[in-house]
Structure formats: C-alpha cells, structure tokens
Design a protein around this ligand. Sequence first.
Ligand SMILES: NC(=O)c1ccc[n+]([C@@H]2O[C@H](COP(=O)([O-])OP(=O)(O)OC[C@H]3O[C@@H](n4cnc5c(N)ncnc54)[C@H](O)[C@@H]3O)[C@@H](O)[C@H]2O)c1
Length: 358
Amino acid sequence: MKTDNARELRVLVLGCGRISERHFEAIREHPHLTLVGVADELYERSRAAGERMGVPAFASFREMLAETEANIAVICTPSGLHPRHGIVAAGHGLHVVCEKPMATRLEEADALVRACDEAGVQLFVVKQNRLNPGIQLLKRAIEKDRFGRVYLANTTVRWNRPQSYYDLAPWRGTWEFDGGALMNQASHYVDMIQWLVGPVESVIAKTATLGRRIESEDTGVAILRFRNGAIGTIEVTMLAFPKNMEGSIAVLGEKGTVKVGGTALNRIEHWEFAEYDDDDREAEALRSAPNPLSVYGSGHLAYYENVVRVLRGEASADTDGREGRKSLELILGIYESARTGREVSLPLRTFSREGQLT
Ligand SMILES: NC(=O)c1ccc[n+]([C@@H]2O[C@H](COP(=O)([O-])OP(=O)(O)OC[C@H]3O[C@@H](n4cnc5c(N)ncnc54)[C@H](O)[C@@H]3O)[C@@H](O)[C@H]2O)c1
C-alpha cells in the first residue's frame, strides 16, 4: 500500500500511445512514484488515460509543464521527437526518462545529453530487456569471465509486423521519426549484443525493404567485429511468416555457450560452461520460462526501480544517456554501411558539445 509521504517522486507522461500503458502500470505499482499528469497532442488519448489514471490530462507538453509540479518527465512520443521533448523537460528542471531509442540522430542524442548535464538532471533511456533474468545471468557470466575468450555472438529478431501496424501512425517507418526494424523493433537486441560483447570496432551491413510500404528497412543483416576480436552477427526481420518466431541472443566462447531466446529474450535455451557456478541452477529454472504476453516484456517496473534508487542517491543509472547513445551509434553505423556498401568503423563521431537539434 502506498502512503502519501512515500510517493515523493511526481511523474508526468508525455505521449499516451502503445508503450505509455507499460509506464502507467509501473508507476502505479511503484511505491515511490505518483503520476501527476499526462499529455498527448491527440487530446482524446490523454483525456482517456487521465480519466483512467485519475490525473489531469493536457493537449501539449508546455501546458502540462505550466500547470503541474513534477520531478520526472517520461517521454513516450515518436523516437525522432525524444530529444526535443527531453530538452524541454530538462529546461524545466525535470529528470528525463526517455523511451528507446533516445533519438534517431547522434547529434540530437548529444544535444539531449548535454541539456540534461547542463540542467543538472538525470537522463534515463529505457532498456528494460537488459533486466530480464536470463540476460542478467548472461551478463554476470561474462563479467565472471566464464566464457574465457568470446569467439562469436549473434542476435536474431524474427518477428512479424503487418502493414496495418505501420499504418497505425504516420511516424512509423519514417527515417526522421522512427527508422526501421533495427532502430525500432530490434533496438533492444542491438543494444544487448554491444552491451554484452562490445564495444564494436566495425560493421558491415545490408538492409532491405521487402514486404512493407515504409521508408526504412523491414529486414537487415550486419556483421560485427568487436574490439576484443570476436565476430558477431545481427539478423533482423519484421516479415516472419505468420507470426513472431524468435528474439534471441547467443554467445559462444572458449569455455561456454549460451543462448537466451523465447519470443523476447525471456527463456534460456542453451546454457553450458566448462566450470560449475551456482548461477547454473538459476539458469536451469529459466529454461521453461513462459513467453511474456507482449514482446515489450515486463521490465518497466524493474527499470523504474533503478530510476527511483538513482534519484534517491542509492545507485547509479542502469542506462543513462551516454549508455543509450552506444546502441544508437551502432545502429547508425549499420545504416551507413548498408547505404554506402562499405565497412564502417566505430565510433562514428565523438561526443558533440556543439551539436544542435536539426
Ligand atoms: N521499451 C520498449 O520496449 C518500447 C516498446 C514500444 C515502443 N517504444 C518506444 O516508445 C515510443 C512511442 O512508441 P508507441 O508505440 O507508444 O507509439 P504511439 O504512436 O502508439 O504513441 C506515441 C504517442 O505520442 C503522441 N505524440 C506525438 N507527437 C506528440 C507531441 N509533439 N506532443 C505530445 N504527444 C505527441 C502521439 O499522438 C501518440 O499518442 C517510440 O520511441 C518507441 O520506439 C519502446
């Protein structure tokens, strides 16, 4: 049961579309968070959300900022708008929880990071799948050096997104506001491979738009060279017939092999190491984990737990802006290689102190 005095962090949500529901649920469940306002440029959406959640609803961010007092702004608008909305929030002294990807351009991501630095507020980029139990175990196995040398890593996302999904909103599938399968639907997976095995030194990629009427790609493949010498592959499609088939990551090393799969990185499919560790028992239990009801998984509440602990001075951020920038840079490197037909070296550019929003 929440008590008023424990609910000290007051939260605004901007953008009341599909993902906002996960935020509303998590904020409702968390003992230290209170939702105090919602806004959407489609007022009927924010009004419906506001009525359901019992909070005031607004038709614009500025109106909501003027009328409410809050500590945190959660940005759930189309990806290409995250930087400008995050910058407005930071300008009002609010901590920013930004849905992934944090931007569709690197200079805009840098401008967001800089604005939050300058305002002295925290920037969190939502990467809830990093918190999946099987992924946490895999990360721990890598940190304990259980694999020895890592040779090969793969992430595969074979999902189905029908044309009707892209037609839900005009921003979907556009370069400016969304990007394609790698930037949107598979961005957690690209993040995961670079987080677990990275940093990435170079990438060579092919992408294609084969089955959907969108600007960006519905399918793509990339070959990675990691700085530690390992080779990696990323395979992504939104055209799997007839439904979502797999969302997995595999790491193969000198002394261990692991694959975490299911439809969304929820189930351990293979777990084998030369030497025993107590984590092996936990891994065994995750072999039969049920698939989550949606591919978004159920990590938003766990993600907010970190947000709250950071803001209470008890932890450092799981994924802050600089961490969120890494996968964005890799995705943009993949796009550049696909566009030019050349191998692309990372980093694409160093952190920009001057970049402007375009
Ligand atoms: N973490 C995850 O697993 C996950 C899952 C799905 C989506 N997302 C991300 O969340 C973001 C939103 O995705 P979605 O599927 O909810 O999209 P959506 O289209 O369902 O919702 C976006 C909402 O933002 C509103 N909006 C657009 N411009 C606005 C503005 N200027 N001011 C106020 N409201 C505005 C739209 O009216 C819409 O209601 C995307 O960046 C997406 O990548 C993350």
